[in-house]
Structure formats: structure tokens, C-alpha cells
Design a protein around this ligand. Structure first.
Ligand SMILES: Cc1ncc(C[n+]2csc(CCOP(=O)(O)OP(=O)(O)O)c2C)c(N)n1
Length: 347
């Protein structure tokens, strides 16, 4: 017998009404605002390029998650590492990779960040310590043990940010990874981007206890939940976790956010109501940050328009670059697979 699962409407938890206090410079705040706007524009344009068949394969966007993405990635230092998952276009852009190389990867071109071999789910930039981009749900999580272990073993002041979705937290690899990160006191911060759905399955349907941050205690690490639509709240939580990680205490942060679009381009998202999507859109992280900044006299309408214009130009230039870039040479199919080919194998 199939049990009917009762669905509850998922309401946003919000810090909107808390007064915003800013201790950062205007330049820094504008830079956060610009990065969020750049990611939004990149995803809008990428989606359009997909529908024009310029991009193929899978395509998962960060629409709605910009505050979580920017708030967790921007505080990182150059020596820190990121291990991400397949919804990572915004993650690599927030890390500072030029969007034109990200767009070229989506277009499958030679100068893309994975030389056109990876596409949307396999973005990679070693120069920025961005270690992917993985398509297997929770498959990236055990990799962070190795990265964190390496930093500790080499005695380096480095932190690893491990990004994952809440759906992945029902996969066995997540339990094994978090247990070992906690057991060995690795400098790893796990951020669970809780957008409430793993494809069409709500977190209430996949997690026996949907309050994921509470698992921190179970793995011997600090646990925190944060309003993932508030970039400054996410950033503060991340900075606190970075201090802990430097002292050998890992953290599990659950950022409560929402994806505006379906799971991927192929999902019409019929499993949720228009009202639910609208109620989250009212908390839009970019508009909300703009309201906070303008209330504090830290941004004018003209400044915002100038940011929007420059972001639009940058994304248009990325499309132009990607569209005119060369396709990978089919003879190079086996390039970039191994640092050195195994003995006896000629590629
Ligand atoms: C091991 C494995 N199982 C199933 C899938 C199919 N799949 C792809 S994404 C996804 C949902 C994961 O949801 P979540 O971790 O919450 O991340 P989100 O997509 O919401 O960002 C599933 C089940 C997969 N890629 N890998």
C-alpha cells in the first residue's frame, strides 16, 4: 500500500525585520551586492542560452540562493579550498573565476574551465582552489575529508568549504564524511544549502529529522542554522565557523534558502504551489540586501543601476566569448584525464 505523504506549505524563516548593522566598507558591501547580481544575471542568461540550444546536458541554477552562495564563499581566503556539487555556477563565480570561462564551459568550448569536457556539473578552477563540481549526490562529500586531512597533515592554515544540498544529507556518504571530519577535527566547514527540495522531494519527506543543523552535535562539530536569504547573516555565520575551523573545530551550517526555478531546466516544478514560490520571492536576497543598504544610506538608485549595467555587459561579453571560442579537438578526447598516463598506456 502506498502511503499518502501530507505536504506542508514551506514558509520562509526570515531575519528581514531585524535591523541591519553594517561594519564593512561601502566598497565591500557593493562588491557583495555586485557578485549576487552577477550570479543572477549569469543564470538568467545561461537559461536563455540553454533554450536556444547553445548549451546542452544538465543545467541547475542558483536562482534564489545568491545570498547563501556569496555569504559563504566571499569570506574565504585565497589559500582555502572549495568542494562543491552540481549546482555550482554561482559558486565558482563567487570564488572569482571570470564568468567568460564558466560560460565557455557551459557551451562545451576549449577555453572553458574544464576545457569543454565537463559542462555545467563539472566546473573546476585549481588556481582558485575550486575543486569541482560533482554530479553524484553526496559523492563530493568524502573528497572533503582528504582535502581537510591534507591541510592538517601539512600543517597549513587552510580551511575547506564543503557545499552540499539537503537532499544529499539522506545519502550514506554524507554520514561517513561528516563522521570522519568530526572524528579527526578537520578544518572543514560543511554548508548545507537547504532549498527545501531534492528534485521533487521535500526535506520533510527525505529527513527523519529535517532540522539538519542539529546533526552537528552528533558528528562532534558546531551546528548552526542561518537565514540563507540574508547575505550578511550568512557571512557572519561563515566567519564565525572559519575562526572555529582554524582552531580545529569543524562546523555544519544549514542555510535556509529556496530555488526559484525547477531542479534543472527539464523540471516544470509542478510539486509546489505558485503561492509558495511567491512567498519566497518576496524575500528575494538581492532586493532585500538592496533595501537594507539603501535604508542605511549605503547605496543610491544610480549606483545600483550602474552595477546592473556593468553586470549585464560582463555577462553579454561572456556569451560572446563562449560563442566564438573553438570546440575541443576530438583527437584530444583523452587529454586531461591523467597527470601522467599509466605505464604502458599511450594516449
Ligand atoms: C547518488 C545519486 N542519487 C540520485 C541522483 C539524482 N539526483 C540528482 S540531484 C538530486 C537531488 C539532490 O537534492 P539536494 O541535495 O537537496 O540538492 P539540490 O539539487 O536541491 O540543490 C537527485 C536525487 C544522483 N545524481 N546521485
Amino acid at each position: 500500500m502506498v502511503k499518502e505523504i501530507e505536504r506542508t506549505e514551506l514558509e520562509p524563516t526570515s531575519t528581514e525585520n531585524r535591523p541591519a548593522e553594517f561594519h564593512e566598507s561601502k566598497e565591500e558591501l557593493h562588491s557583495l551586492f555586485r557578485t549576487m547580481s552577477l550570479i543572477r544575471r549569469f543564470e538568467d542568461t545561461g537559461w536563455e542560452m540553454y533554450t536556444r540550444a547553445k548549451i546542452g546536458g544538465y543545467f541547475h541554477t542558483n536562482h534564489g540562493e545568491e545570498a547563501t552562495v556569496v555569504g559563504t564563499i566571499c569570506p574565504l581566503r585565497p589559500q582555502d579550498w572549495i568542494v562543491s556539487f552540481y549546482r555550482e555556477h554561482g559558486h565558482i563565480i563567487a570564488r572569482g573565476t571570470d564568468p567568460k570561462y564558466v560560460m565557455a564551459e557551459l557551451f562545451g568550448r576549449e577555453h572553458g574551465v574544464a576545457h569543454g569536457r565537463g559542462g555545467s556539473m563539472h566546473l573546476f578552477d585549481y588556481s582558485r582552489h575550486f575543486l569541482g563540481g560533482y554530479g553524484i549526490v553526496a559523492g563530493q562529500m568524502p573528497l572533503a575529508i582528504g582535502v581537510g586531512w591534507s591541510s592538517k597533515y601539512r600543517g597549513q592554515d587552510e580551511i575547506t568549504l564543503l557545499l552540499t544540498g539537503e537532499g544529499a544529507m539522506a545519502n550514506g556518504a554524507s554520514h561517513e564524511a561528516l563522521n570522519m571530519i568530526g572524528l579527526y577535527h578537520l578544518p572543514v566547514i560543511t554548508v548545507v544549502v537547504n532549498n527545501l527540495y531534492g528534485m521533487g522531494t521535500t526535506v520533510h519527506e527525505s529527513a527523519a529529522n529535517p532540522e539538519i543543523w542539529k546533526r552537528g552535535e552528533m558528528y562532534g562539530m558546531h551546528g548552526a542554522q542561518v537565514d540563507g536569504m540574508d547575505v550578511m547573516a550568512v557571512r557572519r555565520t561563515m566567519q564565525d565557523a572559519m575562526k572555529r575551523a582554524s582552531n580545529g573545530q569543524p562546523s555544519l551550517i544549514e542555510a535556509m534558502t529556496y530555488r526559484y526555478r525547477g531542479h534543472s531546466v527539464a523540471d516544470a516544478a509542478r510539486y509546489r504551489s505558485t503561492e509558495e514560490v511567491q512567498s519566497w520571492r518576496q524575500q528575494d536576497p538581492i532586493e532585500r540586501f538592496y533595501r537594507q543598504l539603501s535604508k542605511a544610506d549605503l547605496i543610491t538608485e544610480e549606483e545600483r543601476n550602474a552595477i546592473d549595467e556593468s553586470v549585464e555587459k560582463q555577462v553579454n561579453a561572456a556569451v560572446e566569448f563562449a560563442d566564438s571560442d573553438e570546440h575541443p579537438d576530438p583527437n584530444g578526447l583523452f587529454d586531461h584525464l591523467y597527470v601522467d598516463p599509466p605505464a604502458g598506456v599511450s594516449l
